[in-house]
Ligand binder design. Structure first.
Ligand code: SF4
Ligand code: SF4
Length: 474
């Protein structure tokens, strides 16, 4: 979770402490006490009282242990029992997200509101321009009739004093596909038949009520047991830590991973195959082809723009190729993808080559739990063979450059970039299926700026892109 705020800090701290307990072999013994240690009796409550805060921490820890808050059947079931189940499990289950209804504050439905900046002016452009006649002046101030208001926002735009504000429901406002909505009690629930696993609701909620079901303990347990665990670092991971990439590799090995393999090696295979597929399809008369490496985009096409699916490249993703490579190179290993993305958890569940997915934030928590300081770590020069283009896959435009570098020259590529899957770009993608196009290759990235802007990152997209540029400059 990139945004630095109190809710994200609490989650980061819990990730570290839970991983530490696991490495010390005290997870079942210590996890219930962690709730009390995090919210001591005399602490200042974030919510109504420490008991409510503790209940929220309990559900956060359930998510960190990989469980879903919605699965709870017995409120008396202790975290130590959930921890015991996590330590035993070999299979990861859906869904990848969970909504903690104890944490959700059931934010009031989105609306427009007149603040006391309103001066009840003579011009009254809000009242005059409202198409639903929803504004009247009472006691020298504008008032909105919520029964008539349709939230068109015209009043907000025309007020010369900026006296009208829009109060959103942050999670619903952030979701580009209308997959999250209130239940009868006003708490949010996710409709997984619509959800594209972009993680926007998770980063938008100021109460931290939406969380990923983490796999940090599954990985920490295997590391603690000394199993063969290969870390597959996404291209964007290279820009997430304040150190040289070789030091990050050193830190990963020091944490107990047996190997580090750059997913960029898989990106080279993806780019080569995608270039060949592009030339073949365009020469056969297909009007354009889109990239296939962003799982959020593919989920969005499948669930919301099915007419686009025939234009998506059939080439597997860099993660898939890297996973196959790891299984071949290190037989019997557990393959752990490390990147910025929540949707990769879903992709891994549907494939066979990746056993676990960690975000960069979770890798950071493992390093802190093991007292490993990346800046002070000895560099490890693992034999990476990826091209510069593949190593830049994680920033917008990187896929296009890598495909270009692999073209034979028979077909001229005319690229288009969809940088961020917001409502506008989803509509644009739907329109290009039927309309005329002046491009023949479309790179689609759910996150603005590319994977460096993913929800599981630690650094800002600009800083991460700069670090990657510097690390891999020729
Ligand atoms: S933003 Fe959504 S999930 Fe978060 S507290 Fe408000 S309604 Fe609940
Ligand atoms: S993960 Fe994305 S698509 Fe799913 S509910 Fe949240 S914002 Fe909507």
């Amino acid at each position: 979770m990139l945004s630095d705020n109190n809710a994200s800090k609490i989650i980061k701290k819990l990730l570290v402490e839970t991983a530490r307990l696991c490495f010390e072999g005290r997870l079942e013994e210590g996890i219930d006490r962690l709730v009390i240690d995090t919210i001591p009796k005399k602490s200042n409550a974030n919510r109504c009282c420490v008991h409510k805060d503790r209940a929220v921490i309990k559900y956060r820890l359930m998510a960190i242990l990989g469980h879903s808050a919605e699965e709870e059947e017995d409120e008396l079931k202790r975290l130590s029992e959930y921890a015991g189940q996590t330590l035993q499990r070999e299979e990861i289950s859906e869904p990848v997200l969970t909504v903690i209804d104890e944490a959700c504050s059931a934010c009031p439905a989105g609306r427009h509101f007149v603040t006391n900046v309103c001066r009840g002016c003579v011009a009254r452009p809000c009242m005059v321009n409202c198409p639903k006649d929803a504004i009247q002046i009472h006691n020298g101030r504008a008032e909105i009739d919520e029964d008539k208001c349709v939230n068109c926002g015209i009043c907000l735009k025309v007020c010369p004093y900026n006296a009208i504000v829009e109060i959103p429901v942050p999670c619903e406002n952030a979701c580009p596909v209308g997959a999250i909505s209130k239940d009868e009690s006003g708490k949010e629930q996710i409709d997984y038949s619509k959800c594209i696993f972009c993680g926007r609701c998770m980063t938008a909620c100021p109460f931290g009520a939406i969380m990923e079901r983490s796999q940090i303990i599954d990985v920490a347990r295997k590391l603690a047991e000394g199993r063969k665990v290969a870390a597959l670092t996404a291209p964007s991971a290279a820009g997430q830590f304040p150190c040289e990439f070789s030091q990050l590799k050193g830190a990963i090995l020091k944490a107990g991973f047996s190997e580090v393999l750059e997913v960029a090696e898989g990106a080279d295979i993806t780019a080569k195959k995608e270039a060949g597929e592009f030339e073949e399809k365009i020469s056969e008369g297909q009007k354009f082809m889109t990239s296939s490496c962003c799982p959020v985009y593919k989920e969005a096409a499948k669930k919301h723009i099915p007419e686009l699916c025939e234009f998506i490249s059939d080439t597997p993703t860099p993660m898939e190729f890297a996973g196959r490579k790891a299984k071949e190179k290190y037989p019997g290993c557990t393959a752990v993808f490390i990147g910025p993305c929540i949707a990769k958890r879903q992709e891994a569940l549907e494939g066979r080559s990746i056993d676990h997915v960690l975000t960069c934030e979770e890798l950071g928590a493992i390093l802190v739990a093991k007292d490993i300081f990346v800046r002070e770590t000895e560099p490890a020069e693992t034999p990476g063979q990826a091209s510069i283009e593949a190593r830049k896959f994680g920033a917008s435009g990187g896929v296009t450059e890598a495909v270009k570098a692999n073209l034979s020259g028979n077909i001229q590529i005319k690229p288009e970039l969809i940088d961020g899957l917001d409502n506008k770009n989803i509509k644009k993608l739907a329109d290009i299926c039927t309309g005329k196009t002046n491009f023949n290759f479309v790179e689609v990235m759910n996150c603005k700026g590319g994977c460096v802007g993913g929800p599981g990152n630690l650094s800002t997209p600009a800083r991460a892109a700069k670090r990657i540029e510097k690390t891999f400059e020729p």
